[in-house]
Design a protein around this ligand. Structure first.
Ligand SMILES: [Zn+2]
Length: 387
């Protein structure tokens, strides 16, 4: 039987750490609601002690989301862990996510701690977090550059102290897929507790390998993958949610894993995050780029007409993209308008926001033959900002 892989989304935390990216509270709740509806297992809503804004966003997401776990990040200190627990109070399924750096470079230059001190620090933080939450995730920061034998000790210490999920981050995007495969396999052999504790992977895209590394970890037995919508995140970003999920789905007989994601919501979530962050996708972006399903060469078009399977490994419908979406103009009614903005990723406008958006759209449509998606998005954006 295919085993289950859990999808942990960190668009609102690691994603928001993208240089130049910020999202307000309403925007974060809007994204979280969409993530929940698409079946994300865990939504990391922020870093509780980082700012008032992060704290409030975690609180708001925790009180809104019902069917996904909500996680909050905390350094391995009592203050940070208290803040995370407090912000998560209203969550149905709260998770405290704490971390300690474990690579030599980080221990010597950043923490100025010995291996023994790092182990004690880990144990203390995890045990404290576990008093406040049943679900505690521990990340060995910079695990990718950590001595594997020491990493084994760290994992076993964290598990012994009560961690229910161990995350292995390639914090600096340094590893290759084969190395990730070896590391995860090594941990599974030397940490027998992974039979009952989740083993998670978190990859960065500095060398363009985040998705490949994430998939290599799944092949080696990882049970949770961490990713962000459109791959946004620190520096070159994180593993892209849509790419990881569609790889697992398209190659399911190969990976032999299942997840809970409704892939038909991918296009809308991607669009929503693109609009809110202002980070435009390149047309050749895998899965969600404008050209991802476009066929230009004559020979390809000919093949597609004969049978779609010739050049298409997945369909636009699978990710919820209607390639024949209608263009909106002055004759479009409120119903068509609502359907259209839902396809753009906006399902949760309130009545007043909908009414105002539609009337502004009508004014614009009276002057123009067609109203572009970009114009519609800027109307919604300005309405949601003030109402
Ligand atoms: Zn990260």
């Amino acid at each position: 039987m295919d085993r289950v892989v859990r999808i942990f989304d960190t668009t609102l935390r690691d994603g928001e750490q993208s240089p130049g990216c910020s999202m307000n509270l309403d925007e974060k709740v809007m994204i979280a609601t969409e993530l929940e509806s698409m079946g994300i297992d865990v939504i990391e809503a922020g870093f509780a002690a980082a700012s008032q804004g992060d704290y409030a966003a975690i609180q708001a997401v925790a009180s809104r989301v019902r069917s996904s776990s909500v996680a909050a990040l905390a350094r391995a200190t009592a203050n940070d862990i208290d803040a995370a627990a407090e912000a998560l109070k209203k969550a149905v399924s709260p998770r405290i996510h704490t971390f300690v750096a474990t690579s030599k470079i980080h221990m010597v230059h950043k923490l100025r701690m010995s291996e023994q001190q790092v182990l004690e620090h880990t144990s203390r933080a995890v045990a404290y977090a576990r008093k406040l939450a049943d679900s505690v995730e521990f990340s060995a920061e910079d695990a990718g550059r950590t001595d594997p034998d020491f990493l084994v000790k760290v994992c076993r210490t964290a598990i012994k102290s009560g961690a229910t999920i161990i995350n292995i981050p390639d914090t600096v995007g340094y590893l290759t897929p084969l190395e990730v495969f070896s590391l995860i396999s090594y941990l599974r052999i030397h940490v027998p507790e992974f039979d009952s504790v989740e083993l998670s992977i978190h990859c960065h895209d500095d060398l363009g390998l985040a998705v490949a590394n994430t998939l290599a970890a799944v092949e080696a037995g990882a049970t949770q993958v961490e990713c962000t919508v459109n791959g946004i995140g620190e520096r070159a970003g994180n593993a892209a949610l849509e790419e990881v999920v569609m790889a697992l789905c398209t190659r399911r007989p190969y990976f032999k894993v299942i997840d809970r994601i409704d892939t038909r919501q991918i296009a809308a979530v991607s669009k929503l995050v693109e609009t809110i962050t202002g980070f435009r996708l390149p047309p050749n972006k895998a899965v969600v780029g404008g050209n991802a399903f476009a066929h230009e060469a004559g020979i390809h078009q000919h093949g597609m007409l004969a049978s779609k399977e010739t050049y298409e490994i997945m369909s636009p419908e699978q990710i919820g993209r209607d390639e024949h979406r209608l263009v909106l103009g002055k004759h479009s009614g409120r119903h068509a308008f609502e359907n259209h903005i839902a396809a753009l990723g906006y399902h949760h406008l309130n009545e007043e926001q909908l009414r105002l958006s539609f009337s502004r759209f009508k004014v614009l449509a009276d002057h123009k033959k067609r109203v572009s998606d970009q114009e519609i998005l800027s109307i919604i954006d300005s309405v949601c900002r003030f109402y």
